[in-house]
Ligand binder design. Sequence first.
Ligand code: EPU
Length: 418
Amino acid sequence: MKKIRVFGEQKLSGTISVSGSKNSAVALVPASLLSDEIVEIDNVPNISDIEALIEILTYLGAKVERNGTSMKIDSTNIKNRVIPEEISKKLRASYYFMGALLGKYKKVEMYFPGGCSIGERPINLHLKGFEALGAKVTEEGNKYTVEAEELKGTNIYLDIASVGATINLMLASALATGTTVIRNAAKEPHIVNVATFLNQMGASITGAGTSEIRINGVKKLSGCFHEVVPDYIETGTYLIAGALCGENLKIEGAIPDHLEALISKLREMGVPFEVGKDYITVSKGESYKAVSIKTAVYPGFPTDLQQPFMSLLTQCEGISKVEENIFENRFMHIPYLNQMGAFITTTDKTAIIKGRTNLSGKEVEATDLRAGAALILAALCAKGETTITKVEHVLRGYEGIIEKLQNVGAKIELEEIE
Ligand code: EPU
């Protein structure tokens, strides 16, 4: 077990480089097995979710070579077999093996995926889409068997613009016969990144990044070289750190366009920042105006930044409001922020933040990945020492977060506990 200790109120200045996107990389790695040749992916973040995916690929018989942020995946000798429950449930993104193995071998047997407990997170839309493509889904407790004689292109309407279902259905239909059209598709930058990757392997996908994606099935996919897009959630997290304690903190290697929703809120609050082509420089302002956000699918305000952003809202003058519309259980950071001195009340999916309140260091717990990020941000501007336990959640999704923050002046340490 690990914990993080933060000694707050340090100025953050210097440069933080953004890593490859977690939510893109966790789809690209399983997607690589659709290829009949070796695939090379660069800018892969070094996070424990990627290690868990490599464990699954290796278990299936793929050869994986890692060199820094580069990863070569040779899936030519894969043996399609049941993915055991212990590894299926290590992370959410194991569900991408469903689409990839079904697409390539017309059969997959695995268990319900894991991931952060931020809501019920069913996979009914993934399964309904597989069925629409001609697959038969059998559920026995937590175990799913999905198989098809043939996968045939069809029209699929998603009731919710789900990121996971959109990507899984692109994976399942890339090698299907005929054309698949996904309507009400998710539009996040990682959807575009995955579609580009598949196209580089020889797939024929158009419309990714819009709500209608068209996949013309092809017979085979070949090798390619591809780069993971910069992580806009990581960028946003450090941007918030800069708004809390920055002095010309530069976040480089970013794609600012992916963060319009956050950037416009920072502007409204009065945060001093400058946006360049691939960087953003941010400083702590004198005082901030309270603002309200509603999480929504891209390009709306990302649910993955709702928790980190709430830490910043504790430092705004007046009443801010946060509405979480994507997940039912993404407020678990709030009791800990309140222990640190925040004044936040909740009703159903809305949180009301009364600010500004001084925060002080406490012993708190990272209940999930972004809750952990929110607590680190709060700790950076709190008086005294904060100890955050269960930080394995944070290490699943932020590459080198301790070193990146130390390098810009934060007093933050990772410690092993018994
Ligand atoms: N949903 C259904 N049925 C489905 C699929 C989704 O009801 O079959 C619901 C979910 O329960 C949720 C909503 O639809 O209420 C949106 O879920 P979505 O499928 O878009 O999310 P996801 O695929 O489970 C991914 C990311 C999350 C991120 C969301 C939203 C990965 C591995 N996970 O989850 O990332 O919050 O999209 O952008 O890509 C994180 O990084 O901290 C994280 C949780």
